[in-house]
Design a protein around this ligand. Sequence first.
Ligand SMILES: Cc1cc2nc3c(=O)[nH]c(=O)nc-3n(C[C@H](O)[C@H](O)[C@H](O)COP(=O)(O)OP(=O)(O)OC[C@H]3O[C@@H](n4cnc5c(N)ncnc54)[C@H](O)[C@@H]3O)c2cc1C
Length: 432
Amino acid sequence: VVVSPPDTEGVALLVAWAAANDLTVRLRGGGSNVVGAGQAPANVILSTENLVDVVEFDEISQVITVGAGTEGGRLEAHLASLGFTLGHYPQSLNLSTVGGWIAMRATGTYSAYFGGIEHLLCGATVVLASGDVVRIAPRPRASGGLDALSLLCGSEGSFGVVTEASLRVSRIFDESRTCVAVRDFAAGLNLARDIAQSGLPLGLVRLSNAAESQALNSSLLDHGRECLLIVTALGPRSVVDAAQTEINQLATAAGARLLDVSAGDMWFASRYADADLMASRNAQPGTMFDTFEVALPWRTVVDAAIALERMAREVSEPFYLHASHVYPTGTCLYGLLHLSESDDGAVIKRWRVIWAQVLDIVACHGGTLSHHHGIGAVRAGRYRQTPEGRLHQLIAGALDKSGVLATSLIDNDRRRNGIVREMPSVPLRGEC
Ligand SMILES: Cc1cc2nc3c(=O)[nH]c(=O)nc-3n(C[C@H](O)[C@H](O)[C@H](O)COP(=O)(O)OP(=O)(O)OC[C@H]3O[C@@H](n4cnc5c(N)ncnc54)[C@H](O)[C@@H]3O)c2cc1C
């Protein structure tokens, strides 16, 4: 049964009714997550498709409050008509919703400037598993005590249903673009680190490995080795012009070759995905297209990238890897796998092995399980073993004792049998 309540009160009634009748509810936004977050079995699917109102726009504080089912592209178009932007541009902008972004801790391509959704969320209305409604008014920062908004980010529907979200918006700034060719991926990572730590107002920072660089721009790069780095800066004109000069100097000092800015055109032209991208790339029997994204510290990212490329070279043709979403302390590495076997059964078997290898390599280099796609069914087993995964089970168990909210992240059988609630001591130190 799919139910699409019209408002928060409708969501609360539905969830309370499900709880009273020992039924389970799974949430659905745009359905664009790529980690099996919508696979948990449930009696009712609660679609947020009708929660699409613009509740309030506070132009003075630069905060917009919208229904959680609002699709990204529509929100961005609405803001553009007012002279603003959210600055959150996932490749799935036109496929995903505000509630899904919060639930999956999503990140857009200009995260160096705007941060992930956790930096934009400044208020929310949430329906808990009991049917109780919690409203957190928009604020510049949480007061002391618990920051409930940060708890919601990455909760994957396990703590409650987000029905409305207040988001920080920005004025539309000027932008400068720099494109450079670096001699290889390792040199590019070192340059990206230098730029990320420079204090400049960066927007997009994206370094492609040689295979992906060729696909993006074969004419301007030396075949097989050189990598394309695209960097933009945001702000008032004088600031972005100065930033561009600095970026050019950092690149030249690192031995990179400055390219015409049109070298990035293909990436910009294809930055948003078509609705059928995943389906069409997986249509051929025996082939599989999948992606992984993880965060690594700068100290180990070069070694991790070398190990990932060595592993994937044997199994993925082609294997695209890029570094995007930079931070002063590290970066996201994002891999695109193109697998091919005799039939679907064989390719799925291969895919499972590769996923385990990827996560092992990343863990050995001090990286995270994911960066912005979330945990979902794909990574739930490993996540539950981590300190944060264990805490997550405990909090979800306390907020939703009977397991009304179905999510792949939480082991509902264990929760219903009381096993999660009975875990008295949580080892809080990280395990290697
Ligand atoms: C081609 C493609 C490109 C992508 N690019 C990016 C990218 O650049 N950056 C990025 O971060 N992600 C990306 N994604 C992944 C995906 O778009 C994100 O995970 C997105 O946040 C999911 O939003 P959704 O509305 O589709 O959520 P859904 O897939 O419908 O749901 C995902 C999870 O969120 C929960 N949920 C949904 N709505 C609510 C709510 N209102 N309250 C509480 N929980 C809720 C559900 O229970 C589920 O567990 C991409 C996906 C595709 C297919």
